[in-house]
Design a protein around this ligand. Structure first.
Ligand code: HOZ
Length: 426
């Protein structure tokens, strides 16, 4: 029995499903999860000494690859000064200044500890600022695990068969309205049905928790126009797209303005961090300036800020890295399509920036309905084939593949060889 299996056998006795976050249990691919020992550059290493090219990248934040020296050294320096103070530090100011400089349309930042917290707080702020209760989200979009957003959610909520969670009171979710991603008419209908009652529309500008689905031309612009017309706020959940599509995130990439923007792990360079941001007028509604309450001892944690600052400073100094990320992802996606055609495998490969998702379906995937139509059993077999060939993918269909700046020519060729072998063996 290998070490991962031994650890998993112990884990299931003391952790629900053997894990601290559902997708890691590998249930969607019907395997024992690999327990990870370490990671460096484009690679992760499991406790059994196997080496994998990593396309999970901690679900996105390892944009520069694992164990990047600039981030490691910044963390080592910060640790020497102390781990947590529950009081303001210079790094928080530097971090907020840097974010305001890099991200369009934001003037103020509130740091929190995760994407879930950021989004939950942004929704509270949108409701507080507009005096309205209803919110619009998209089916298959995932915004963390707060009560009002666990309605028709994506990611592991979807893969595990519980897109709307038990334990969430009907009274709370009655204010959550769901529309269809890339279908503006469904949003327009909700505004028609609930005039003057919708506080905000929240969207992942690229849906990346149903696989990866890019916004069609005009979709984000249309959301902006609808929100303006009806006095609602537009929230971009940039937990995945922030600092990944571009240094300015999806607002910069697509040229569409959001009223509030939420970030997650990527601004911590791998440490637990999140933030919600917006105009001064909106953000000054948050306590202690205004009546919207939100707080946290670990918010702006000095070690997490050091890691995040190092990552964002590196990105700002090396904007050329985005062209490299995109080129890698384009070549990988093109190679995956070629391999699928050669093996007569029904695969639609979606790619935008450094995000990729293969869907096991013969039709193109532009909506959640299309994504849900893909063959998850086939994805599971493909996942296993890739793992056996040294490539670590997301262990569920409804997730993204993340490329890092540490992925190079060698990794690209090895991955494409693995794709060829895994598709041939399906
Ligand atoms: N919800 C995350 C994927 N979209 C997974 C979090 C994790 O297991 O680390």
């Amino acid at each position: 029995m290998d070490r991962s299996q031994q650890l998993f056998d112990r884990a299931v006795k003391v952790l629900p499903g053997g894990v601290n976050s559902p997708v890691r249990a590998f249930r969607a691919v019907d395997l024992c999860p690999r327990f990870i020992q370490s990671a460096h550059g484009a690679y992760i290493y499991d406790t059994d000494g196997h080496k994998y090219i990593d396309y999970v990248c901690s679900w996105g934040p390892m944009l520069l690859g694992h164990d990047h020296p600039a981030i490691r050294e910044a963390v080592e320096r910060a640790v020497k000064d102390g781990l947590s103070f529950g009081a303001p530090t210079e790094r928080e100011v530097e971090m907020a200044e840097l974010m305001v400089e890099m991200v369009p349309n934001i003037e103020m930042v509130r740091m929190v500890n995760s994407g879930t917290e950021a989004v939950m707080s942004a929704i509270r702020l949108a409701r507080g600022a507009t005096g309205r209760d209803k919110i619009v989200k998209f089916e298959g979009c995932y915004h963390g695990h707060s009560d009002c957003l666990l309605v028709n959610a994506g990611s592991s909520a979807l893969a595990g068969g519980h897109p709307s969670s038990a334990g969430v009171p009907e009274d709370i979710v009655k204010h959550t309205l769901t529309a269809q991603f890339n279908r503006l008419d469904t949003v327009e209908a909700l505004f028609g049905q609930w005039p003057g009652q919708i506080a905000c529309v929240i969207v992942e500008p690229v849906a990346a928790n149903m696989g990866v689905v890019a916004p069609e031309k005009g979709f984000l612009e249309g959301l902006r126009a609808l929100c303006d017309r009806h006095g609602a706020l537009l929230i971009f959940d940039e937990v995945i797209t922030g600092f990944r599509l571009a240094p300015g995130g999806a607002q910069a990439y697509f040229g569409v303005r959001a009223d509030l923007v939420t970030f997650g792990k990527i601004i911590g360079g791998g440490m637990p961090v999140g933030a919600y941001c917006g105009s001064r007028a909106l953000m000054e509604q948050v306590a202690p300036c205004g009546p919207v309450y939100q707080a946290g001892t670990l918010s702006g944690n000095p070690v997490a800020m050091a890691a995040g600052l190092a990552q964002l400073r590196y990105i700002r100094a090396h904007p050329e890295l985005y062209a490299g990320l995109e080129q890698y992802a384009e070549e990988l996606a093109a190679g995956m399509r070629r391999a699928a055609a050669a093996h007569h495998a029904p695969v639609a490969v979606n790619q935008i920036g450094s995000l990729i998702a293969p869907f096991f379906t013969p039709t193109e995937v532009t909506t959640f309905v299309d994504a849900k139509g893909s063959d998850v059993g086939m994805y599971a077999r493909y996942f296993k084939g890739m793992l056996e060939r040294g490539v670590y993918l997301a262990p569920a269909q409804f997730e993204a593949m993340f490329v890092s700046a540490a992925h190079g020519r060698e990794e690209l060729e090895q991955t494409l060889e693995a794709v060829d072998g895994a598709l041939a063996a399906l």
